[in-house]
Design a protein around this ligand. Structure first.
Ligand SMILES: *[C@@H]1O[C@H](CO)[C@@H](O)[C@H](O)[C@H]1NC(C)=O
Ligand SMILES: *[C@@H]1O[C@H](CO)[C@@H](O)[C@H](O)[C@H]1NC(C)=O
Ligand SMILES: *[C@@H]1O[C@H](CO)[C@@H](O)[C@H](O)[C@H]1NC(C)=O
Ligand SMILES: *[C@@H]1O[C@H](CO)[C@@H](O)[C@H](O)[C@H]1NC(C)=O
Ligand SMILES: *[C@@H]1O[C@H](CO)[C@@H](O)[C@H](O)[C@H]1NC(C)=O
Ligand SMILES: *[C@@H]1O[C@H](CO)[C@@H](O)[C@H](O)[C@H]1NC(C)=O
Ligand SMILES: *[C@@H]1O[C@H](CO)[C@@H](O)[C@H](O)[C@H]1NC(C)=O
Ligand SMILES: *[C@@H]1O[C@H](CO)[C@@H](O)[C@H](O)[C@H]1NC(C)=O
Ligand SMILES: *[C@@H]1O[C@H](CO)[C@@H](O)[C@H](O)[C@H]1NC(C)=O
Ligand SMILES: [Zn+2]
Length: 874
């Protein structure tokens, strides 16, 4: 533990010569799951699940006031904020008092408890900022959470621990880890450890004390006193029937003593609460008061157990005082299995359209934030003077929840998350400012017929690049003509092509460069196709003169239906459990067609377009999958697999929340001897933005456009799960099969996405894939205007006087309050990953006056194209 440990004076005294049991009253309030976040807040739709957060907070505050010994922790600021706004100022004063006295303690404190497998670090940082800022501004230093608390997420990412350490948390507690890992840690008393969460940051910068809770996040068996539980209350009147104090005390001492056997110190923690508990907090507190009184009463008779109301930070303080050395961990906690055939690796891919919508919303939010600054005061009309981006910020913060972007919520709740994001897009009308400050392309139709964007034969495309360096980015627009002239801001004509796309849609394609680099269009990549099968057969990088064999095809796993002798676990929203380890090939050959790009058809529900752009170092595979057939009454989990000549020796690499890369090995865990019981699902890992395979000479990197699950099950191969549709519920609570359809796709959801492949020499591969991944995460935003622009319109603008150095990424630029902006810059390379870029960089900052936009034109529309068309239907 860090030496600068703050002393919390509100903690109850403990007894050094006894076993101290820290009872932590808590509630776990999902920011949407079976009900929407607002239904949970109000206690609406109790027919779905009995849960009402407003009543929980009402009741807890009331009960805390009744006995100053009582403690409570609260976690999800999205809910607390809703409740706070509705309180009278005298109630707010009362609550401040409780916080100041340490009786009500905030832990974690983000807007939500984020998912760890499918979130991108930039969005996690944003949602933590939103929650922590509210707590700081409302409660000051006493409201600052000291402990990170991720009791429910389904596996734990190293990058999350790194972020928490860098945010200044003193420790981290969670509930779920692999059952084999837990068993081993219990024997070795290693359920409390030091997580060294970065390869790059000098210890202890990313070191975080990490505690694994004894019983998930539930109370010990027999001690649940919520209105939703059936355990017997403490019946302590000897004159009445069923007096049970002796029995309760005996059972409690047994549990406490056995728990102490698997932890290192004479302090143990018990989580007294669970999902949406404490709606009638009197039940819990009345019994906990008695439990403490009767168990401690035994001390007079020689008992060595001392029970107290406590909080995670008070417990952590005692561990710190114990001055022990903890086991060190440097890898992560993925994948998570709660039994031999129950790997929670399906949700890495579940709801692929929502996952993409969340990712592109993050990109647009960052653009919206930047434009609010660059556009000057006129663009900051929001209620806090911090712009209209608030709506989008909140929607994105809610979307990071571990039942949101994870895809493990009910369908109506998924729709609600998507609706919130769509509403956020609407509110970023600051995009109007684009007209004043972006680069314009004017497009004229050669023939006089209708344009898809409206009636105008001329339209303008406004482009904003949120990255702090120039990019080259292919643009494809659906149009309804055959011939166009594209001219840039200086009126110079830009090469473009019109080519037919699917379903009578025609695409206009041109290469967008946000700065003039005066480069010739170069061919960097070559691919070959097998003439007999129509499949990709090789990939070359012409610059580095390397070629690998590369076959790509699509397959599906047959889901388990849950009827077999090993286990009754079916595949579902959380869990991936294929019926057999050999996936079924969808088609051995692809029907292909080649018109400037290669189209491949594998089945009516699987197709792909292979694109190679001049000037681009990545090969683009645009896949379209769905509606997945369900005539087998079971469902399918579709993957694409890249089989190469690279000698991987069973190793592959995946990113952690889009940031540092982690090494993975088939059937292997770095910290324990794995007994592998699911050869496919047990080898799947989250891929947030990229994965790669390599040997000494070749590295193939795949950059994804959303979070997906994947693995390397054979040498030289990398598979990525693209879409899944399942007709059984996997009995982890959601109570619905993952069977997505929509108004536009009543037969089942069709999802489209893009994989970008780059082939490089391993020592310099990071120089290519880091920027590529950033470009996909923060992509240029296009907006459109009918007709030609007003002659006085400023056609080009840059918010920077010079591009940032390649190693420096502009992570955040957003208005903080009326007078200040928040700027986050980060070094985006890991140590030793790049000869050129893995070095310290110095940046001189000089801020120039923000500009006001010059022209005020009508805003038309905001659309995504080509690879980025969303099939998410709201
Ligand atoms: C916390 O809030 C105070 C008062 O508003 C402010 O001065 C301080 O900078 C804030 N701290 C952080 C870390 O934002
Ligand atoms: C302590 O033990 C004595 C003798 O067994 C018993 O009479 C007494 O009730 C016990 N006290 C408590 C607090 O349990
Ligand atoms: C903590 O333990 C170390 C030895 O492991 C010892 O040198 C140090 O004095 C101890 N610190 C405290 C405050 O007891
Ligand atoms: C495309 O243009 C043709 C001829 O101008 C028109 O009949 C048709 O409706 C247009 N299609 C779309 C999708 O706009
Ligand atoms: C798929 O698995 C189910 C049982 O989970 C089995 O009944 C069915 O025959 C399998 N289908 C194929 C094509 O193997
Ligand atoms: C796969 O399906 C077959 C046929 O229904 C069944 O016998 C077998 O147990 C299933 N295996 C798994 C792992 O579900
Ligand atoms: C993969 O390569 C490693 C090392 O070269 C070898 O030991 C292993 O047997 C290979 N695995 C398979 C499935 O061929
Ligand atoms: C794994 O098992 C091997 C041999 O049984 C043993 O030498 C090694 O220490 C074990 N590793 C761990 C991390 O338990
Ligand atoms: C799955 O969705 C389809 C509609 O796309 C519906 O017809 C079917 O009944 C659903 N099946 C289940 C098990 O939910
Ligand atoms: Zn939860």
């Amino acid at each position: 533990l860090l030496s600068a440990f703050p002393i919390n004076r509100s903690c109850h005294a403990t007894k050094p010569n006894m076993l101290n049991v820290h009872l932590v009253p808590h509630t776990h309030d999902d920011v949407g799951w079976l009900k929407t976040v607002d239904q949970y807040y109000y206690g609406d739709r109790n027919d779905i699940q009995h849960a009402g957060v407003q009543y929980i907070l009402d009741s807890v505050v009331d009960q805390l006031l009744k006995n100053p010994d009582r403690r409570f922790i609260y976690v999800e600021t999205a809910f607390f904020y809703r409740w706070w706004k509705q309180q009278s100022s005298s109630m707010q004063q009362t609550v401040k008092q409780l916080v100041n006295e340490g009786r009500l303690e905030f832990v974690n404190g983000g807007w939500c408890m984020s998912d760890e497998a499918t979130t991108h670090y930039s969005a996690v940082i944003d949602q933590m900022t939103m929650g922590l800022r509210f707590l700081n501004e409302t409660f000051g230093p006493c409201g600052r959470p000291r402990v990170a608390w991720h009791i429910d997420p389904f596996g734990h990412a190293r990058e999350h621990a790194s972020m928490f350490a860098q945010m200044g948390y003193d420790g981290f507690f969670f509930g779920r880890l692999d059952y084999q890992d837990r068993a081993r840690r219990m024997v070795k008393r290693e359920q409390e450890l030091l997580w060294r969460a970065s390869n790059s940051l000098t210890p202890p910068m990313a070191d975080l004390f990490t505690g694994i809770l004894p019983n998930g996040y539930n109370p010990p068996e027999g001690f649940c006193w919520d209105q939703s539980c059936d355990d017997p209350p403490i019946r302590d009147d000897p004159d009445l029937e069923d007096y049970n104090v002796d029995d309760v005390v005996k059972r409690f001492l047994t549990i406490a003593n056995s728990q102490a056997m698997v932890y290192k110190t004479n302090h143990i923690i018990m989580t007294m609460g669970s999902d949406f508990q404490y709606e009638n907090a009197n039940l819990w507190y009345k019994n906990l008061d008695k439990l403490i009184r009767y168990v401690n009463g035994q001390q007079a008779n020689g008992s060595k157990v001392n029970v107290l109301y406590s909080t995670p930070s008070c417990y952590l303080q005692e561990l710190h005082r114990a001055n022990l050395t903890w086991a060190l961990k440097t890898d992560d906690f993925f994948p998570y299995a709660d039994d031999a055939h129950d790997f929670w690796t399906g949700y890495f891919t579940s709801r692929p359209a929502l996952k993409r919508y969340e990712r592109i919303s993050n990109s647009n939010l960052q653009t919206c934030n930047q434009l609010e600054i660059l556009g000057g005061p006129v663009s900051r009309k929001g209620p806090f003077g911090d712009g209209e981006s608030q709506t989008m910020k909140k929607a994105m913060a809610v979307a990071q929840h571990h039942d949101a972007v994870s895809g493990t919520e009910k369908q109506h709740v998924a729709n609600d998350y998507a609706r919130r994001l769509a509403n956020g897009w609407q509110h970023c009308q600051v995009f109007q400012v684009l007209r004043g400050i972006t680069k314009h392309f004017s497009i004229k139709k050669r023939k006089k017929n209708q344009c898809s964007f409206g009636s105008a034969a001329i339209f303008s495309v406004n482009v904003y690049n949120p990255l702090a360096r120039p990019v080259a980015w292919p643009v494809r627009l659906p149009v309804n003509g055959t011939s166009y002239v594209v001219s840039d801001a200086e009126g110079k004509s830009v090469d473009c092509q019109v080519c037919p796309y699917m379903h009578d849609i025609v695409h206009l394609y041109f290469l967008l460069k946000t700065e003039y680099l005066c480069v010739h269009v170069l061919q960097f990549i070559r691919v070959t196709f097998d003439p007999d099968t129509g499949l990709l057969s090789s990939l070359s990088n012409l610059e580095t003169k390397q070629t690998i064999k590369l076959t790509q095809n699509f397959y599906w796993y047959n889901a388990s239906d849950g009827n077999n002798k090993e286990s009754n676990q079916p595949s579902g929203a959380y869990i991936f459990r294929p019926n057999s380890s050999t996936p079924f090939i969808i088609s051995k050959t692809a029907k292909t067609e080649s018109i400037q790009e290669v189209r491949q058809w594998f089945a009516p529900w699987v197709s792909q377009v292979v694109r190679l752009y001049g000037d681009s170092r990545a090969l683009e595979l645009e896949w379209t999958v769905g509606p997945l057939p369900i005539d087998d009454d079971l469902g399918k989990e579709v993957i694409t697999r890249l089989d190469t000549s690279i000698k991987t020796s069973e190793y592959f690499y995946t990113d952690s929340n889009g940031r540092e890369m982690l090494q993975r090995k088939k059937d292997f865990r770095p910290t324990w001897n794995l007994s592998q019981s699911e050869p496919i699902a047990g080898n799947y890992y989250p891929i947030n933005s990229r994965a790669f395979i390599k040997d000494d000479v070749d590295q193939l990197t795949v950059v994804t456009d959303r979070s997906q699950g994947g693995g390397s099950l054979q040498n030289g191969s990398l598979e990525i799960m693209l879409h899944r549709r399942l007709l059984y519920d996997d009995v982890r609570g959601v109570g619905e099969p993952l069977n997505e359809s929509s108004g536009v796709f009543p037969e089942g959801l069709v999802v489209r996405g893009c994989l970008r492949l780059s082939l490089d020499r391993p020592p310099s591969a990071a120089d290519a894939h880091r920027p590529l991944a950033q470009q996909v995460v923060l992509q240029p935003l296009l907006t459109f205007t009918d007709g030609d622009l007003h002659p006085n319109t400023q056609l080009e603008f840059s918010g920077l006087q010079a591009a940032l150095p390649p190693a420096v990424h502009l992570l955040t630029l957003t208005q903080w309050d009326k007078d200040s902006v928040l700027l986050r810059l980060e070094h985006q390379f890991q140590s030793q990953e790049s000869k050129v870029n893995s070095h310290p960089v110095t940046v001189n900052l000089q801020v120039r006056h923000s500009i006001t936009h010059r022209a005020h034109l009508t805003f038309t529309t905001l659309i995504e194209f080509g690879c980025f068309i969303q099939f998410y239907n709201i």
